[in-house]
Design a protein around this ligand. Structure first.
Ligand SMILES: *Cc1c(COP(=O)(O)O)cnc(C)c1O
Length: 429
């Protein structure tokens, strides 16, 4: 495959942008290749600067659940554009998206729009600390909640991909207010809560982990977190930036039937434009400025183009059978990938929750980040490179999920399975 243009753009980019990219995993460093520079995308396809076409399973890292350039989203953005790009003043669009989020997610009574998932999680933590008057935050190894200081401890996603233990620039004074525990280990949380529950402001979790690869919560795990936080007066924060409107319209909390105190959103609710949101119980959210004293603001928050894209996206998601269709297609893809791996004698764990899909190259069942780290990373690298050669665009990291969109049809799924078959067979040849 000719990637001359991408290579030369990358070389030029490294001179003006750190590592040539504006978000680390994009650089494809851990899979030993150059990133593809993208020219355009349409439906389930993405096209690079050399004109190569790929079936896209990154979907901008989650937002593109309808596929790229869905006509309803393009029309909504175009209509908003005609009225102006930003006013720094309230608009009807903000109310509409807020109402849609509240209708979709019963635990959310009030919601504040921000510009990214990072901002949403950071603000939810501030609110939890503000209302409880406590400093300690419990998170879980391999979960990623954006790059705020408090949350960069044992974080997943790029931090995991690049093997960075924490981050320079996060003061020890701040890091020591964060405790990171193994995912899916109820006893570990119980023990800490028994010892120091009265100091814990909040527990923040990805209710379905997607930033160490896909790791679903074990039976009873989320309920145990709900019970423990209730018992100790700590706030339970579900970071649904990836899972919200992705695994179900009401997010992971509707799938597992748990009501957290606060929830964070991003990705899908922005329909491909920069949006985040955090919301929850009225008694908590009323503590946010200007109603309450916990400060949080944003010049571009509630941006009309972003609100329009979010509303149009959510409207499409309300169509009957939308999530069932996506789950059926995900079933097919997962079953196909598992079969071709097995046939080629490749140890792999393939799983999905809704349209979030994971493939781990290990013979161990993966319930936490320790398990995920047993994966054969060289094998993943070969898989990534092979799939890319075959026109399949997946995240360049073992520790990221794949995303299916409504634009992926059976023929694209079959083509993907067939590509995987050829790649796996080339391993054993
Ligand atoms: C992507 C993600 C974030 C960060 O969102 P950004 O918009 O990249 O800042 C936070 N939490 C989770 C669970 C995510 O998947």
């Amino acid at each position: 495959m000719d990637v001359t243009q991408s290579k030369s753009l990358y070389e030029r980019a490294t001179k003006s942008i750190p590592g040539g990219v504006n978000s680390p995993v994009r650089a494809c460093k851990s899979v030993g290749t150059c990133p593809l520079f993208i020219d355009r995308a349409d439906g389930c396809f993405i096209f690079d600067a050399d004109g190569n076409r790929f079936i896209d399973y990154i979907g901008s890292w989650g937002p593109m659940i309808l596929g790229h350039r869905h006509p309803a989203v393009v029309d909504a953005i175009t209509a908003a554009l005609e009225r102006g790009t930003s006013f720094g003043a309230p608009t009807d669009l903000e109310i509409r998206l807020a109402e849609m989020v509240i209708d979709a997610v019963p635990s959310v009574e009030i919601v504040r729009m921000v510009n990214s998932g990072t901002e949403a999680a950071m603000s939810a933590i501030r609110l939890a600390r503000g209302v409880t008057g406590r400093d300690l935050v419990i998170k879980f190894d391999g979960c990623y909640h954006g790059h705020a200081d408090t949350l960069l401890v044992a974080a997943g996603s790029g931090v995991a991909t690049l093997g960075i233990p924490g981050s320079p620039g996060v003061p020890e004074d701040i890091a020591h207010h964060t405790l990171s525990l193994p995912y899916n280990d109820i006893e570990a949380v119980q023990q800490v809560m028994d010892e120091m529950g009265d100091q814990v402001a909040c527990i923040i979790i990805e209710p379905v982990a997607g930033n160490m690869g896909l790791v679903p919560p074990g039976e009873g795990y989320l309920q145990a977190l709900r019970d423990l936080t209730q018992k100790h007066g700590s706030v339970l924060v579900f970071d649904e930036v990836m899972t919200g409107f992705r695994v179900a319209y009401g997010g992971a909390q509707s799938l597992y039937n748990i009501s957290p105190d606060l929830s964070c959103f991003g990705k899908v609710i922005g329909g491909g434009l920069p949006v985040g949101a955090y919301g929850g119980k009225k008694e908590l959210m009323s503590q946010i400025a200007p109603e309450g004293g916990v400060y949080q603001a944003g010049t571009l928050s509630g941006n009309p183009l972003a609100m329009a894209a979010g509303i149009a996206t959510l409207e499409q998601l309300q169509q009957p059978g939308f999530y069932e269709d996506l789950a059926t297609k995900s079933d097919d893809l997962v079953a196909g990938l598992a079969e071709v791996a097995k046939h080629a004698g490749i140890a792999a764990q393939v799983d999905h929750v809704g349209s979030m899909i994971g493939i781990f190259f290990t013979d161990r069942l993966v319930a936490n980040f320790e398990d995920a780290k047993t994966c054969d990373l060289d094998r993943f690298t070969a898989f990534y490179q092979g799939m890319r050669e075959h026109g399949i665009y997946i995240a360049p990291s073992q520790f990221e999920a794949l995303f299916l969109s409504a634009a992926h049809a059976d023929e694209h799924i079959d083509a993907t399975i067939d590509a995987a078959r050829q790649v796996f067979e080339s391993f054993s040849a």
